[in-house]
Design a protein around this ligand. Structure first.
Ligand code: NAI
Ligand code: MG
Length: 359
């Protein structure tokens, strides 16, 4: 990576993917101009549009472009058009392929409530007064979703099993990742597990006790997952960074996203060992509103902001994007998914432009 030069792979994807991705690129160009960075974009195909163009959901060329870029941004893939494609070539397989080929084992999902959108939060106003900002770090390539599974003859007839396995190596790298991101936040890590029951959770705790010595500024705590599920709705503000296994993270990150309002607001990052990462909104291709200039581009724009922070280490620039989003929301500008009476309705493009003006 040359100082000030960043090569970004862009997978626009399907449905609203291209619409929201274009707005993210618009914002990156404005940030580049203002802060004197040169962002260059290299487009690649994946998902349904790749199936249409070359008969496979994740062409080799796409992988090459992603591997040689400094960061990858992705819109969303899939849609009803490809529902009858054979399983191995379904658009969603492109995501799994990208994650494993790029070694992205850590999934970062911020859940943030903006003051201006507090009424979209299903929790009582006093619980989230002053805003909410938590980050869930989910292990993405191990655990029970990848463990041994099958059927066998048991004592009482046929039984099925799924095995949760975690190696020290897998645990160490995800915990390190969580401590690193905590250093850029409030420096608090809560390791969520079920250590009263599960052996894997006890290994997570053993590794966490070692790693915390490398990060003396970070405060480490532990919480059982059942309690964490409860605390996320009772008092979510107690959390800064939550780090957890694949399955627990899957469940808790969906729970946390629901307390923030619209799916059109939430970004995500998938990271590996190096600073290389893939950044995408948590929503899908939204075929019901595709091509209508109705999609909320904020999730895609904030995903680009996460890339600046986590892959390029451009803190100020990332903050400028977050502040611009906050400013337009405070101005009462809304896409249809977050519209309420008394606010101003904008389309995808107009929302992107309004955010660009605030950078
Ligand atoms: P979805 O997230 O695409 O849509 C769910 C609902 O949220 C829809 O009503 C949609 O209009 C709305 N929505 C989503 N994003 C929005 C935005 N930015 N602004 C305003 N409204 C928004 O989930 P769905 O319908 O289950 O999936 C549609 C397709 O997307 C499927 O083919 C699915 O497999 C794929 N998908 C892809 C993902 C990815 O590429 N990472 C993730 C989730 C789904
Ligand atoms: Mg899920």
């Amino acid at each position: 990576m040359i100082m000030g030069e960043y090569k970004i792979a862009v997978i626009q994807g399907d449905g609203i993917g291209p619409e929201v991705t274009q707005e993210a690129i618009k914002i990156l160009n404005v940030v580049g101009e203002k802060f004197h960075h040169n962002f260059t974009f290299e487009y690649a195909l994946a998902g349904g549009s790749a199936i249409d163009a070359c008969g496979e959901c994740l062409p080799k060329e796409t992988l090459n472009i992603c591997k040689t870029a400094d960061g990858v941004i992705l819109g969303a893939v899939g849609g009803p058009k490809w529902d009858n494609v054979p399983n191995a070539q379904r658009p969603e397989k492109a995501l799994l392929g990208l994650r494993s080929e790029l070694g992205l084992f850590s999934n970062l999902r911020p859940a943030k409530i903006y003051d201006a959108l507090a009424d979209a939060c299903p929790l009582k106003a006093e619980i989230v007064a002053g805003g909410l900002d938590i980050l869930i770090v989910r292990e993405l390539t191990g655990g029970i979703y990848f463990g041994e599974r099958g059927y066998r003859e048991g004592k009482y007839g046929e039984e099925a099993y799924d095995v949760e396995t975690y190696s020290e190596v897998e645990i160490r790298r995800i915990l390190k990742n969580a401590f690193e991101v905590a250093m850029q936040r409030e420096k608090r890590v809560c390791c969520v597990d079920k250590a009263n029951v599960l052996e894997t959770s006890r290994l997570w705790r053993k590794v966490a006790e070692e790693i915390k010595n490398e990060y003396p500024e970070v405060v480490l705590s532990y919480m059982y997952v059942d309690n964490a599920a409860m605390q996320l709705v009772r008092n979510p503000k107690q959390f800064d960074v939550i780090v957890t296994s694949n399955m627990f993270g899957d469940i808790l990150s969906d729970e946390a996203s629901m307390i923030t309002g619209s799916i059109g607001l939430l970004p995500s990052a998938s990271l590996g060992d190096s600073s290389h990462g893939m950044y995408e909104p948590i929503h899908g291709s939204a075929p019901d509103i595709a091509g209508q200039n109705k999609a909320n581009p904020i999730a895609a724009i904030l995903s680009a902001g996460m890339m600046l922070k986590y892959s390029f280490h451009l803190e100020k620039e990332s903050e400028a994007i977050e502040n611009a989003v906050k400013a337009v929301l405070e101005q009462g500008l809304r896409t249809p998914d977050i519209y309420s009476q008394g606010t101003t309705l904008l389309g995808t493009k107009e929302m992107g432009e309004a955010i660009a003006e605030h950078i």
